[in-house]
Design a protein around this ligand. Structure first.
Ligand code: NAD
Length: 321
């Protein structure tokens, strides 16, 4: 049976990939709600709306009236991706992160409370746990929330608010905590597209600290499959991790990109570390694998090569943003 799906933040990196994925899976009733911040990919959104059957509604999750209007019709599933998402910006100014990531989530929860949505899937992040020691095992969903930057704190705040609403009102909400995503349509401020862009232009590549910060990388296509799996089989009230299979230091990731582009490692310039920079994140996705049968299938080497080639192609066409 066809379900109506609303995607907040659907004009951003993960949102656009998810919309294309849902259309590929023959979902027909897909609505995007997005306020079109600097992070939205308007060019791709326009192309998508022209070519495919998707409804776009411009609006802001921080504005209660706009969210109220959006829910004049109900949705079977809401996938909540709208967020301020860049750590460096949250360090420069935290307020928009508190507004969008916490207040915006509150507005959606109120709609769920009023019965206007059958299931809310909330996208959270590995960053809510803060930095892990090098020897700590990947965290389960029972890990303590110890956010290390204002972005992570705003996401943890939303998670806690959801926890309270699920506990108090028994709402059908699921929290998904994902690792670092990579793939097409990501904004050029994020590590992988930024490095590709700088390398293509033969510009120096600024790398924080000693480059030894470790991250799991999750191909956005694997992520979309996980979201679909959780939408179909997830248990309301639960939290699921969506992790990558391996961890890589940022330096290793940058070197791999340079190698794929045939560029010299001398482009790398170590710069003063980000304030409060978390050294390591690592999620265990065992629960999602064991209970719902999902696991990441894209090897990093292959996913990264595809991604680098896609950005190079965009750059050659003058479409890199
Ligand atoms: P993004 O920054 O690329 O896109 C965010 C989208 O939300 C943009 O289109 C933007 O216009 C929209 N938006 C921002 N504020 C809004 C508001 N007030 N009202 C309506 N729309 C608004 O982000 P992304 O990388 O696609 O991330 C999507 C979600 O996944 C976020 O919740 C993020 O915290 C989470 N997440 C991302 C990653 C990652 O690696 N990208 C990892 C884990 C979790």
């Amino acid at each position: 049976m066809q379900r109506s799906i609303l995607i907040t933040g659907g004009a951003g990196f993960i949102g656009l990939n998810l919309v294309y994925y849902l259309l590929e899976m023959n979902y027909e009733d897909v609505t995007i709600f997005d306020s079109l911040t600097y992070a939205a990919n308007q060019r791709e959104l326009e192309r998508l709306s022209k070519e495919r059957q998707v409804q776009f509604i411009e609006g802001d999750v921080t504005k209660q009236a706009e969210v109220g209007q959006l829910f004049e019709r109900s949705y079977d599933v809401v996938i909540h991706l709208a967020a301020e998402s860049h750590v460096d910006r949250s360090i420069a100014e935290a307020k928009p992160f508190l507004d969008t990531n916490i207040l915006g989530t509150y507005h959606l929860l109120e709609q769920v409370r009023q019965g206007r949505c059958g299931l809310l899937l909330h996208m959270s992040t590995d960053e809510v746990y803060g930095s892990l020691a090098a020897t700590t095992s990947p965290l389960t969903e029972a890990g303590l929330l110890r956010p290390g930057n204002p972005y992570a704190a705003s996401k943890a705040g939303a998670d806690l608010l959801i926890h309270s609403y699920v506990h108090t009102f028994s709402l059908p909400v699921i929290i998904m905590r994902a690792a670092n995503n990579y793939g097409r349509y990501q904004h050029a401020e994020k590590l992988i597209p930024k490095v590709i862009m700088h390398a293509l232009e033969n510009n120096t590549i600024p790398l924080y600290g000693d480059g030894g910060h470790r991250r799991q990388w999750l191909h956005v296509y694997d992520h979309c499959m996980a979201i679909m799996t959780i939408m179909e089989k997830g248990v309301p009230g639960e939290i699921y991790h969506i992790g990558g299979t391996h961890e890589y230091t940022n330096l290793e990731t940058v070197k791999r990109i340079l190698q794929l582009l045939g560029k010299d490692e001398e482009l790398i310039t170590f710069v003063e570390d980000r304030k409060g920079h978390d050294r390591r994140y690592a999620l265990s996705s065992e629960k999602l694998k064991r209970q719902l049968g999902w696991q990441a299938v894209t090897p990093f080497a292959q996913g990264l090569e595809d991604t680098v080639l896609w950005y190079r192609d965009q750059w050659r066409k003058g479409a890199f943003r």
